[in-house]
Design a protein around this ligand. Structure first.
Ligand SMILES: [Zn+2]
Length: 215
């Protein structure tokens, strides 16, 4: 059994760039915006995490960085983890590149300024494999792009509180490439899209629980 605080961060929101956070980034061929899908997925994850916690006898406090169509700076998103003494921080995004590239990838803060790299990688690995398995089961055209290191502001250990007594594992999930037509069908317009969204959320919730129970 676990007692923990989890922060869910739906990427982007609102309009315009605030402190390094764009209002929106990816847009699907049918017009679904990344900022809206990240919020939908985060809310689903919250529900699944609450259900899993109840079923497993865990006490998990879930905090969302935003619950509406508003933007926060990257630092302010991380500060939600610091303020709440969070144990896990997951930022949810969707990719976009050339309308062809595909796959699931998860990022941790790069090694040279990450004070808990191994822990972050373990958490990210749990998230990555869980989400990849769900998407690959639904669409074999996806790819496992793995866990990568990057200098993402939302994963900054100072902002997360990890250099001032905090102990928050953090990663950023790029669910798939939203600008690809097949992904639009998979996540938005296909007959199974609602089910797939739910499966992704359930997988993320399970990965978070797994990471908390087997640290
Ligand atoms: Zn994004």
């Amino acid at each position: 059994m676990a007692t923990a605080t989890v922060v869910l961060d739906p990427g982007h929101g609102g309009t315009g760039n605030i402190g390094g956070s764009d209002g929106n980034h990816a847009v699907s061929p049918s017009g679904v915006k990344e900022k809206d899908l990240t919020l939908i997925l985060a809310k689903l994850v919250k529900t699944e995490l609450q259900n899993a916690a109840t079923a497993g006898g865990h006490t998990i406090t879930i905090v969302m960085t935003r619950t509406g169509d508003v933007n926060l700076s990257l630092a302010d998103r991380a500060h939600v983890a610091r303020t709440n003494h969070a144990d896990r921080f997951l930022s949810i995004h969707l990719n976009a590149f050339n309308g062809v590239s595909r796959g699931v990838e998860t990022y941790v803060r790069r090694a040279q300024d990450n004070v808990n790299l191994a822990d972050d990688k373990r958490f990210a690995g749990n998230i990555q494999s869980a989400v990849f398995n769900v998407i690959h089961n639904a669409d074999s055209g996806t790819h496992n792009r793995g866990v990568k290191e990057e200098k993402f502001g939302v994963l900054n250990d100072v902002s997360l509180g990890n250099t001032s007594g905090g102990h928050c594992r953090a990663c950023l999930l790029e669910v798939e490439f939203l600008d690809v037509p097949a992904v639009d069908v998979l996540l938005n317009t296909g007959s199974n899209a609602t089910a797939v969204r739910g499966q992704i959320a359930k997988a993320i919730a399970g990965a978070i629980i797994n990471d908390l129970v087997h640290p």
